[in-house]
Write a protein that binds this ligand. Structure first.
Ligand code: PMP
Length: 416
């Protein structure tokens, strides 16, 4: 081979100093700049100037209906919840300044864990600082080297990150596909530890998992099952325990993960379980051990809220009415929705592309309605979605107002 050919095959050497570590974000920076250059308001930096209630806030100086929060049961302004937080601030101070395994376990953390055990009728409950950390900690700790995690491809980022942090083999399967899950499970070597990870409600499309069938298959294949019930706690199931309760399989689920940042109305995460060795997790789960515990006011609000959610059946019924009315009304108007029928408190409206999605989002905001604009990588199949999440505190009249806003904005943007 001649010298000339060898030189030509070599990539050109460009010496422009050390590589900027931020260059990997250039595509995202360009995407954002293109969107903002089209004149739309930045959908990812909205500021709530004042929050008036679980369903109303002042945004850009305007009274806005909130249809894009996870405040499903409207507990953020519950007077008992607020009072519990104030009392804890007075009696225990602003923060614990320590890990749960050192100086960071207060009476309030134990009361919060007891409230969870009572709520789920389970033997063990472990509170984390967020739901994200609960998934990160539990999955990465229980599924180690030589084990297998079989998970739905549409799983939440915290589940994927929990897998990435552990050393187990990761085996994804097609969303909600029972046969695909079974095939993956059957290919796992005999004797290996297996964890199936599912969600009750998938937060992007608002669809529910066929847990009854999936849990049965997982158990038949000798796998343990973890279900993230972040978007169903408080709302779905007779006692609000989630989709596993609704579908009658809660006793076969080994670990339920949840969060306080949705129906509970504050912040924090948890895992509940009946596993007899569960308490050892407090010593071996790094995202539990190596971080400060939740402030006393937060666990006090969470415990009070969880106990009130045990008696939330009227609110649950009203939230179902809201979900059915919004879903039916949007469908009638001609919008394309994420599910054929209402399955949860989330109604996803599918947009043709990001530009029109952002245009529609802005048109709704100027009507006085806030929804979530969701885009890849958070969404499945590269979709742009306007995600509507309902609250038990939305009145019937508010839902009708919301439908009128969608009709006007949809026509103005040319989506319907
Ligand atoms: N799991 C799911 C399914 C979620 O949607 C979320 C948050 N959106 C979490 C876990 C994390 O919860 P947190 O906000 O408490 O970190």
């Amino acid at each position: 081979m001649s010298e000339a050919v060898t030189q030509a095959d070599k990539p050109p050497v460009v010496d422009n100093g050390p590589r900027d570590l931020f260059s990997k974000f250039d595509d995202t920076i360009r995407m954002r700049e293109t969107l903002l250059a089209s004149g739309v308001e930045d959908p990812f930096s909205l500021v709530m100037e004042k929050v008036l209630s679980p369903t109303r806030a002042i945004c850009n100086g305007r009274d806005t209906i909130l249809l894009g929060t996870y405040n499903y049961m409207g507990m953020t302004f519950d007077p008992d919840v607020i009072q519990a937080g104030k009392d804890a601030l007075d009696n225990f101070g602003a923060g614990t300044t320590g890990s749960r395994v050192l100086n960071g376990t207060y009476q309030g953390h134990k009361e919060c864990e007891q409230a969870l055990m009572d709520f789920y009728a389970m033997d063990h409950a472990m509170v984390f600082s967020t739901g994200y950390q609960a998934n990160l900690g539990i999955i990465s700790t229980i599924a180690g080297k030589g084990d297998y995690v079989v998970l739905d491809i549409d799983s939440h980022a915290s589940i994927w990150d929990g897998c990435a942090m552990g050393n187990a083999e990761i085996v994804p399967f097609k969303h909600n596909d029972i046969d695909a899950m079974e095939k993956r499970l059957r290919r796992i070597p005999e004797g290996a530890g297996k964890l199936v990870v599912l969600e009750g409600v998938y937060s992007m499309m608002g669809d529910v998992a066929p847990l009854k069938e999936m849990v049965a298959v997982a158990k038949k294949c000798g796998a343990m099952v973890l279900v993230d019930e972040a978007h169903s706690m408080g709302f779905i199931g007779e006692h609000g325990r989630g989709v596993a309760e609704e579908q009658g399989v809660i006793d076969d689920v080994d670990f339920i993960i949840g969060t306080f940042s949705k129906s509970v109305g504050t912040v924090g995460g948890f895992c509940v379980s009946n596993h007899p060795k569960f308490e050892i997790m407090r010593l071996v789960c790094r995202p539990y051990v190596f971080t400060a515990s939740l402030p006393p006011s937060v666990v006090a609000t969470a415990a009070t809220s969880i106990r009130k959610l045990m008696h939330g059946s009227n609110k649950r019924a009203h939230l179902w009415e809201n979900s059915r009315r919004l879903h039916g009304g949007l469908k009638e108007l001609g919008f394309t929705l994420g599910t054929d029928s209402p399955q949860s408190a989330i109604v996803a409206v599918i947009m043709p592309d990001l530009e029109r999605g952002a245009g529609m989002w802005e048109a709704l905001l100027s009507e006085g309605l806030y929804v979530n604009l969701a885009r890849p990588p958070a969404t499945p199949a590269n979709m742009t979605l306007l995600r509507c999440s309902l609250c038990a505190e939305h009145s019937e009249a508010q839902v009708e107002t919301i439908l009128g806003m969608f009709e006007r904005a949809g026509k103005a943007v040319g989506i319907i």
